[in-house]
Ligand binder design. Structure first.
Ligand code: PLP
Length: 291
């Protein structure tokens, strides 16, 4: 059931999310054919809205989908939704689908994209995991290959991640880490990953199979400002098992320290680098001047 305060911009109007309707013939629903963004707002200001809209645009271009509005128009819809929300801090989902079409997956059956903006609140992990650290597993489900469905496309089809997340649930863990076909670390089911080793911050390059996370990019910026050496590097499970610190980042997740990988405890959780970046992240949010 939809959160009772959730709000939706659809068909040029704002309605309670529970009343918003899309067609059963929408190819977003039938085939996962579409793209989306997840954006947080704090004190009614979106965090990194421009970067999110740009990524939506890139995801849409990558699947040959024409966005139904300009990015400026979408920013207006988002602003109207945030202004009308019953909560000051929340999470937005901007969804563009291939639209309504007859059965059969050919996108040419859809004449007009579907589109809505949904505002709700979101807590991805419980407070205990946030404070004491999450327990993660390395999933046996591999991240989809670049030549199958490029992980940089934020598409409506999240089954790859969901199957990994189910493995974490079965293992009683908080999150699953996916490897690519070559056994390199890619990302979590809904977040990017960083390790700290010998004072250096390392994250897998997105070409190894991760979403180009916006929180990830903010972390790299903040690390640079703070004089923490940071770079992209391919990682294997060994690097996670032997890291000094490990944490996850994402718009929904924000920053989550990890205390254990596949039953192997990390020596510091939350560690000093995490603490420093978390404080800088909070400052960046407080200083946010996005609309
Ligand atoms: N990876 C995946 C698969 C995600 O779904 C997300 C979250 O949306 C992320 C990484 C983190 O990306 P961002 O920081 O842009 O939210």
């Amino acid at each position: 059931m939809a959160h009772e305060q959730a709000l939706c911009w659809i068909d040029d109007e704002l309605v309670p999310a529970a009343q918003a309707r899309i067609s059963v013939l929408d190819h977003g629903l039938l085939y996962g054919d579409g793209v989306f963004e997840g954006i947080r707002f704090y004190k009614r200001r979106c965090f990194r809205l421009g970067a999110h809209l740009q990524r939506l645009h890139h995801s849409a271009r990558a699947i040959g989908l024409q966005l139904p509005f300009t990015l400026a128009q979408m920013a207006d819809h988002i602003r109207a939704t945030v202004d009308a929300a019953a909560f000051e801090d929340g999470y937005l989902r901007v969804v563009v689908t291939r639209g309504v079409g007859s059965l059969g997956l050919d996108p040419r059956r859809c004449s007009r994209p579907g589109y809505f903006v949904l505002a709700d609140t979101l807590a991805m992990v419980d407070q205990a995991a946030r404070e004491q650290g999450a327990r993660v597993i390395i999933a046996s489900t591999r991240r989809l290959a670049l030549d199958g469905l490029d992980p940089r496309i934020k598409s409506l089809n999240y089954l790859n991640h969901i199957l990994a997340r189910m493995e974490a649930n079965l293992a009683g863990a908080d999150e699953a880490i996916l490897l690519n076909q070559a056994g390199r670390v890619t990302e979590g089911s809904a977040d990017n990953l960083f390790i700290v080793r010998d004072g250096q911050l390392l994250t897998p390059p997105v070409i190894d199979g991760a979403l180009a996370g916006i929180t990830r990019a903010v972390m790299l910026e903040l690390a640079q400002q703070a004089g923490i050496p940071a770079r992209e590097q391919s990682l294997a499970p060994y690097d996670l098992y032997t890291a000094d610190e490990l944490f996850l980042t994402g718009t929904g997740a924000e920053l989550i320290p990890v205390r254990e990988v596949d039953g192997r405890p990390l020596p510091a959780c939350p560690g000093p680098v995490f603490h420093r970046l978390q404080a800088l992240y909070a400052e960046a949010i407080a200083a946010n001047t996005d609309v």
